[in-house]
Design a protein around this ligand. Sequence first.
Ligand SMILES: C[S@@+](CC[C@H](N)C(=O)[O-])C[C@H]1O[C@@H](n2cnc3c(N)ncnc32)[C@H](O)[C@@H]1O
Length: 450
Amino acid sequence: MLLSTKREEQRGAAESSLLHLIARFEATGSAVEVNFRQLMSSDGSTNKSAHAIHPYPAKLLVNIPQFFLAALPTVSGSALLDPFCGSGTVLYEGMLAGLRPIGSDSNPLARLITTAKLTPLDRAIARRHLDEVMAAYPSASPNIPDVVNRDYWFSERISDCLGRLKTAIQRNVPAPYRPVFDVSFSATARRVSYADPRLSVPVKINPDRSARYGAKGDEVIRRLVRLGEVDVGALFWSIASQNIQRCPELGQLFAVDRPEIFSDARSLGVAEASVDLAITSPPYVGAQKYVRASSLSLGWLGLTPDCKLRPIERQSIGREHLAADEALTSSGTGIPEADALLEEIVERNPLRARIAQRYLLEMRDALSELSRTMRHDGNLVLVVGPNLVAGLEFPTPFFLQRIAEGLGFSTKLHLLDSIASRGLMTKRNRTAGLIQQESVFLLKRVRTGA
Ligand SMILES: C[S@@+](CC[C@H](N)C(=O)[O-])C[C@H]1O[C@@H](n2cnc3c(N)ncnc32)[C@H](O)[C@@H]1O
């Protein structure tokens, strides 16, 4: 009762904040600065919630979906889509709000994390399976998959322990309970690798360079020493026990049978005009390495066929490796400002120009598919930041807004939120820049069949 009163209060406050922000945007015609952490104060329990079951780069600030889910009118059981769902931040919050989550992500690790978050468990049964896994683990014969450069990232002893855990999970955990066990196994593998825990893309800890680790140097080196004696089984048990507690409990609040998660935002198995609300943060141009950041997990989980990351990367929008036939097209992107900027970029760095153009063309395909699935009057919340391409400012928010407007969306609100850090936004070769202010657009689907 108390909880529902608090929710009603939050909803009322969010609705009036949104109306106020729209009025300011309409009056000035320019983006309104906000701080989502203040606009929608979270209850601080995120670490205990399903969002903490596994790390994922560039997770969306949870306050953003929480704000829009409270502020926008929604009908219980209606469809909520996140075509770039990553670790499922939006979909999990939507499910808590009583909506039917539909997602897609090209990274199989993202799909696994999202599935685990959205799959309600009977916690008592899950704990029983955990006991069975722990009982089988010591004598299980190791199943060690082809992990890229396994010996570089893991000691022989640790590989053997992980291999035995893998067998024990495969033999003892039935399908509906597998996602939470696989996610916990993947989080364990990452924790017992030689990868520096502070970075999302694996970089091996090097004791000879401890001075470079700054204030945290000693801690990083101590971690390396601890790896020599770490009890992999006990660590897995602790991660899995916490995750079982974090995942939704069967029969409480949630009505999801099987989450619908597709693998490409450009081709969703969703009926036309069936989605009421979409909230998403698309990938960035040339600034992300989602697949590389997931490589150790993908390998141990057996999600990389033949130990190769390229086939997964090829499906990723914003990727940095292009095939030879993915050349710069002379027909352009359809956005005159983008085509003019690409001409400047090509002078500085032809490869960066190809990557950026390909990104815009593929984002057009994804937004076109999104537009197809959305019903007339449905709302789209798009979260996206600008970055640098070959040292030039690349206004991705403006370009994606233009593309969306050409596909039947109209802009109702443009907000700017400052972000402290997003896992993958590193200054690299002076070609990709740090993102400081993110645009949050509220767009309405106004025409059908655009
Ligand atoms: C900014 S992240 C989303 C993060 C997410 N909101 C979260 O909180 O974890 C963008 C995601 O887009 C995914 N992606 C890239 N290309 C894609 C495609 N063609 N279809 C679907 N997802 C794609 C990436 O794998 C990445 O997980």
